[in-house]
Ligand binder design. Sequence first.
Ligand SMILES: C[S@@+](CC[C@H](N)C(=O)[O-])C[C@H]1O[C@@H](n2cnc3c(N)ncnc32)[C@H](O)[C@@H]1O
Length: 295
Amino acid sequence: MAQVQNPEAAPGNEEAVRAWDTVLYERWKKNREVFVGALDEVTGQVFDSSPPPVGGRCIDVGCGFGETTQQLAGMVGDEGFVLGTDSSPRFIEDARREADEAGVENVAFEVSDAQSAAWAPEFDYAFSRMGTQFFAAPVPAMRAIRGALKPGGKLGKVCWTRKSESRIWAETEEVVQRFLSRPDEYEADTCGPGPFSLGNPDTCRGILEAAGFDEVDLKRRDFDYYMGKDMDEAVDALLAIGPGAELIRLNGEHGESRRPEIVEALTDHYTEWEQPDGSIVGHGSVWIVTATNPG
Ligand SMILES: C[S@@+](CC[C@H](N)C(=O)[O-])C[C@H]1O[C@@H](n2cnc3c(N)ncnc32)[C@H](O)[C@@H]1O
């Protein structure tokens, strides 16, 4: 794999930042409609629990293609402003272009690793959808995000609960494990601590408290996860990103050689989740996290 160096990556984050700027960027982009659409409902729940203030300044951490950055821009209105940030230059390039094409004027985007960012305390609201699980040093990273907030500023974020608590991830991985196991050694870049690193509520809360946040609140939300309009799309998406997909990727050529059998087994497994219109809807579980910067 090409060793793309990103000067913005904090020590310890180089591999994860590289993974998100290369293979994971490409896979997220290809399956974007599924991944982003599936999280729409829980995104709305974060905004309901902790809405950004009209006219306020917001920061969106790990903003990806900036869908939520644009949503926030609509919520704060013309007097407000939103900064979308991500450690991946490729995500930011797309996010910037799309906001521009959409004529959204009250946004800006920057490439920065949250763990080494030094934002001034000028924001009223910090948001992140699935962007805070990949830090090698989560406490300094969350401290930097708190540092971006004015005293009394709010945090609203969403992250996965434990892997075992989302049937889509746990059962997909179990099926793939019938064919493959995690190799002792591999060349592929991984996304560091990974998507489920904040699954344990004590860990998720403890990191925020150690970073100086107050009024930390975690609400578990179990929801219907839209996996695709049909079986092919669902299997493609769940074998692009997530624990089952990673097992194939880490196994390199050997992993790819087992893909046809895995696709067949997963198609069989997901039949239970097939809807009358042919779409596939599984079960996911997230934390809706809110907190305050006491100042
Ligand atoms: C699962 S994607 C979520 C993207 C977007 N928030 C969404 O919901 O569509 C995770 C995002 O976090 C970004 N990311 C990973 N590590 C990061 C870091 N250390 N600092 C900032 N962003 C990071 C990735 O580049 C990626 O865009």
